[in-house]
Design a protein around this ligand. Structure first.
Ligand code: KET
Length: 390
């Protein structure tokens, strides 16, 4: 994914368009630093009592508490009963890796099931963590929707106790999420087989525009009293990509187990990077602890989510206006940052060569990289590629 950006940077064309990486851009095509982040940073700079000493191995403790509350809900039974441990990690990727290594060391089952397809980094992260990676069916290219039957069959056939990676919302790359009723069926099946849920939450707030709505599947699993892991990223929803700030939470069955899990997490982290960075986590803590800043954040987040949804509508309309053959309704149905267009690698490479449009070879486009000005160019390219034989 980052390689797509490297190729894009080398292209001298003035009409070039980078729809590869899942990073938010404004209507002017510029990266966005949230206003609320600027305010938090100013507050941090003004505070002369702040120091730059090492954080503890588990990171900024207040950040960890607030992160658990954000993802599980303030009234979460797991938080109330103190049977959760949260450690600050290096964004979503670092949280997945630390969680993976912890499981490889201490969990009795070493197999993790990931969706077919999934984010390209998942198989690498978990293989290097020492787990065996298998896939479960998820996406049906024919309907461009969820292969729910296949998903249930594959999870039903998994060895008891296996780990299952679940995209909390805004599935990457397909943009296809289970409904709440389907999540409930998944939960029941997984609990009945003792499968261990490991949620990847990289887009909380980006799917629906609401932080609570997007966390719902996770909260359903926590409400039943069972165990689970959650990797949280603030890259997208706070626009803190390069600050590398995220959290790994492990929900346990008792406070005693949570304490022991935390000691083991420290043993994973200490030789890996010793302790996490202080700045990004401090920004997040300032925003999450202050009611006004928090509310301001939710508004800015909603505005980003709304702009993405509006790009979906504009692209869909542009293709309809051009009479582009095919059913393109998935563009408005899919959820989150990406549209899984259904374009094949040959078509993608044609669009890059002839139209200077960059995307991953699986046909995924980042809607967050589009603007009203660039939608016509993309629609022209899609129209051209599907009306010619590639
Ligand atoms: N999980 C998913 C599903 C995901 O798409 C990403 C990033 C991450 C975790 C990790 O993000 P982090 O920055 O470590 O918090 N995805 C985008 C960026 C990338 O590939 O690095 C992307 O898919 O474009």
């Amino acid at each position: 994914i980052l390689g797509v950006t490297v190729a894009y940077n080398k292209d001298p064309s003035p009409v070039k368009l980078n729809l590869g990486v899942g990073a938010y851009r404004t209507e002017e095509g510029k990266p966005l630093v949230l206003n609320v982040v600027r305010k938090a940073e100013q507050q941090l700079i003004n505070d002369r009592t702040r120091i730059k000493e090492y954080l503890p191995i588990v990171g900024l403790v207040e950040f960890n508490k607030l992160s658990a509350k954000l993802i599980l809900g303030a009234d979460s039974p797991a938080i109330r009963e103190n049977r959760i441990t949260t450690v600050e990690c290096l964004s979503g990727t670092g949280s997945l890796r630390v969680g993976g290594e912890f499981l490889a060391k201490h969990y009795h089952q070493k197999t993790i099931y990931i969706t077919q397809p999934t984010w390209g980094n998942h198989p690498k992260i978990f293989t290097l963590a020492g787990l065996t990676v298998k896939t479960y069916r998820y996406y049906d290219p024919a309907t461009r929707g969820l292969n729910f039957q296949g998903l249930l069959e594959d999870l039903g056939a998994a060895a008891p106790g296996s780990i299952v990676l679940l995209h909390a919302c805004a599935h990457n790359p397909t943009g296809v999420d289970p409904t709440i009723q389907q999540w409930e069926q998944i939960r029941k099946l997984m609990r009945s087989k003792g499968l261990m849920p490991f949620f990847d939450s990289a887009y909380q707030g980006f799917a629906s525009g609401s932080l609570d709505t997007d966390a719902k599947p996770i909260r359903m699993f926590v409400a039943d009293g069972g165990e689970c892991l959650v990797a949280q990223s603030y890259a997208k929803n706070m626009g803190l990509y390069g600050e590398r700030v995220g959290a790994l939470s492990i929900v346990c069955k008792s406070a005693d187990v949570a304490g022991r899990v935390e000691s083991q997490l420290k043993l994973v982290i200490r030789p890996m990077y010793s302790s996490p960075p202080i700045h990004g986590a401090s920004i997040v803590a300032v925003i999450l602890r202050d009611k006004n800043l928090f509310n301001e954040w939710t508004l800015e987040l909603k505005a980003m989510a709304d702009r993405i949804i509006s790009m979906r509508k504009q692209l869909f309309e542009a293709l309809r206006t051009r009479g582009t053959p095919g059913d393109w309704s998935h563009i408005i149905k899919q959820i989150g940052m990406f549209t899984f267009t259904g374009l094949n690698p040959a078509q993608v490479s044609f669009m890059t060569k002839e139209y200077h449009i960059y995307m991953t070879s699986d046909g995924r486009i980042s809607m967050a990289g589009l603007s009203s000005k660039t939608v016509p160019h993309l629609a022209d390219a899609i129209h051209a590629v599907v009306t010619k034989a590639v």
